[in-house]
Ligand binder design. Sequence first.
Ligand code: NOJ
Length: 516
Amino acid sequence: MERRNKFVVVLASAFLFLVQSLLSTTCALHRDHFPPSFLFGTSTSAYQIEGAYQEGNKSLSNWDVFTHSQGMSFCIIHTCLFWFFHCAGGKIKDGSNGDVAADHYHIYMEDIGLMHSLGINSYRFSISWSRILPRGRYGKINPAGIAFYNNLIDSLLLRGIEPFVTLTHYDIPQELEDRYGAWLSPKIQKDFGYFAEVCFSKFGDRVKFWSTFNEPQMMVKNGYGTGEYPPMHRNKEFIAGHNAILSHATAVEIYRKRYQVKQQGMIGIVIFMCWFEPLRNNSLDFLAAQQVMSFQAAWFLDPIIHGDYPPEMRQALGSKLPTFSIKERRKLQYKLDFIGINHYTSLYVRDCTFSPCKSSRNIDESFIYTERNGIPIGKPTAMPNYYVVPYGIEEVVLYTMRRYNNTPMFITENGYAQSSNSSMTELLNDNDRVDSMRQYLTYLNNAMRKGADVRGYFVWSLIDNFEWLYGYTMRFGLHYVDYNTQKRAPKLSARWYEQFLHGVEVQHEHEQVDMI
Ligand code: NOJ
């Protein structure tokens, strides 16, 4: 009898396991797999969509000046701290700029309509510093700039969409560059603190999510390390990074001391995070992959959360890495409330410290590959070195959870690049983007089941927009933008996201959307 019972138990467990495995592989992704309070949104940034670069008393930003001086040729574009060479005649691949971009400044109400149709409950955007404070703290607050963001915020809230605001997404008033070299000078900390305070005081009664920076690593690496972004300095990324970290701390201190109790919001920072896999199955590559992770995310997050740069960086860089004075350490005590993760791709890493490498070395003595034995790490996209590797999102979230004691996280960007050279039918029927979103969300959900405190997911991007050094040559939008007419059209991915957010079981079947 006992043997029979045992047999039944074993059989039942096997059956349950089978059902579970079947469910996990065939079960459609559903909105209910995420908590009701979970933020589902889309992301944009001021320079990439607003346009109106000289309207409403806005001053020139560093990106306005940079894109308008298309002289010298630019080479290379980054991915995950590794530099791939990619040369063109001007700084921006198609010689374009953000003067008009997607003209969001004028048609933001229409864009809010798109958000409403999608059914998102949050929208991540950035504030153009030069619209609010055209001369930094050396001039007056610009009422037209304040009015624009007030209208945007109010209109979002009227549609039930929570504003999720980034203070700076690469663009700063050019005057700060001209006066003291922007992020190279500690003076920027005061300016950033002042800008942050203006934003908290003007908008903080309605904005409950603030991020100080978007991808500060990219801002300083490209602007002060390799010289591809403004202000085109080289080999000065660590000092610029140091000032950015302390500027974050300055803003958080102000928020904590004067606004947070009353306004009841959260403040964090948004970090670019790829996942790095060891190329070969050995401990050297494993260590190399860990080291690259430190140079990427921990560079900013360790000082903010643990009070100092990661030991791996200190060891590799020695005196090239600044040290925090006692006063600066005191500032770091204000930390953050959440970590924003921008995740797009995963890459392989090979050790170059102890093994000979054919190609030039990255700063952290490792080398990054996109293929193993001739097989790419994932499906390629239009952005060089961005591959669809859905499990990578689970890995970066679990890494962040472990290293930072499960600090609340938001996926502040995840997206898919299409080439603008594709046909209109291909652009609108973006099946690959749909597959990518569905798979990334599934793996994000896995990380949450394993205990990660993830509170939101934002697709990059609501609409096609100006993609920095690539100009308008690639498209990340859920909505297609015709830059001649500024008409928007939902792509298949917009329909898919909408269905998902409305609780429809979305087994994607590669449908068709009509041409506009
Ligand atoms: C991250 C940046 O924050 C955003 O500005 C950019 O457009 C996307 N990555 C896509 O490259």
